[in-house]
Design a protein around this ligand. Structure first.
Ligand SMILES: [Zn+2]
Length: 139
């Protein structure tokens, strides 16, 4: 807990704001966990629920192979979001939440309210999606 004399980017959010986002993330994660459990209970793959709800890698073939394509598609999205939330929670713990991982500038509270798991500022996110032909492009 030393004051920021280093060049490491640090969040400009106040403790209260960090607590606010931490709460949003925790609640969202809980809801996703419930949804994952519900979908998997329906598909008799309940035993994988804890892995996925905990942010275990849904891209892991050992889990993916065991689920039907339809079930997997449903939970993969939720599990991916859980992983994003875990990463955001780790950034809160590290004091780097709300700081763009590319340029080190503040992401901005408005964007964080809309996307609490955002790890890039809007400019870098757009550039990132353009480079990898991300979701904003349809072909
Ligand atoms: Zn940036």
């Amino acid at each position: 807990m030393s004051p920021g004399s280093s060049a490491m980017p640090e969040t400009e959010l106040t403790k209260k704001e960090l607590e606010h986002f931490a709460k949003i993330l925790a609640e969202r994660k809980e809801r996703l966990g419930e949804e994952i459990r519900r979908v998997l209970a329906r598909s008799e793959n309940e035993r994988y629920a804890d892995i996925l709800a905990g942010g275990g890698d849904a891209g892991d073939t050992s889990v993916a192979d065991l689920l039907s394509d339809v079930t997997f598609a449903e939970v993969a999205r939720d599990a991916a979001e859980v992983r994003d939330i875990n990463a955001a929670q780790a950034r809160i713990a590290a004091g780097t939440y709300g700081v763009c991982i590319d340029c080190g500038r503040p992401i901005g509270k408005k964007r964080l309210e809309a996307y609490p798991t955002a790890k890039r500022c809007i400019e870098d996110q757009q550039r990132y999606e353009r480079l990898r032909g991300g979701p904003s492009q349809r072909s």
